[in-house]
Design a binder for this molecule. Structure first.
Ligand code: SB7
Ligand code: NI
Length: 184
């Protein structure tokens, strides 16, 4: 299983590299990695398992964060009842279109690969149309909004060597333009 020891931290060059596209058919090894990444998210959101293995809770995990420079990420966003609201392995995800309106989480963002808290708003597109492939190579296109859209943008950033704090305004971390909505 993946634990915090398998997650590389800020400073490791893999986190700043542009990850390579996954080719189909996917290898058994890469499919197994995808399964382990989703299992990590499930474990991290289960209070008993998270406590036992000292896992930080996460709603996403991108392959570069486990030092595999491939364009693949697991996303598991629960709803209010802890049922999965958005649960997918995104292979070669691409944003097809994005809203002009921006959104940021009022609590800011964190990252499993960044051990310190970095305060500030992280402006992202409030709505995106996302295309991705699943493990069998089937194409998916979905319109996403608000929290799910923000998480997917955080994950896609990892595939491009970008970390959340890159987006925070250096002079005034809580400055946003008036058209940015705050979420949460
Ligand atoms: C807040 C947290 C995440 C995404 C967007 C807002 C995910 C945190 C876990 N990860 O480091 C995944 O890359
Ligand atoms: Ni992250």
């Amino acid at each position: 299983m993946i634990t915090m020891e398998n997650i590389i931290r800020d400073g490791n060059p893999t986190l700043r590299a542009r990850a390579k596209a996954v080719t189909f058919p996917m290898s058994t090894e890469t499919k197994e990695l995808a399964g382990k990444m989703m299992e990590f998210l499930e474990n991290s959101q289960n209070p008993e398992i998270a406590e036992k293995y000292k896992l930080r809770a996460g709603v996403g995990l991108a392959a570069p964060q486990v030092d595999v420079s491939l364009r693949m990420t697991a996303v598991l966003v629960p709803d209010e009842n802890n049922a999965p609201l958005f649960k997918h392995i995104l292979v070669n995800p691409t944003i097809l279109s994005e809203s002009v309106r921006m959104a940021a989480l009022s609590e800011g963002e964190g990252c499993l690969s960044v051990d310190r808290e970095i305060p500030g708003y992280v402006p992202r597109h409030d709505r995106i149309t996302l295309r991705w492939y699943d493990l069998d190579g089937n194409k998916h296109v979905e319109k996403l909004r608000d929290y799910v859209a923000i998480v997917c943008q955080h994950e896609i950033d990892h595939l491009n060597g970008i970390l959340f704090y890159d987006h925070i305004n250096k002079e005034n971390p809580f400055k946003t333009d008036p058209s940015t909505i705050l979420i949460g």
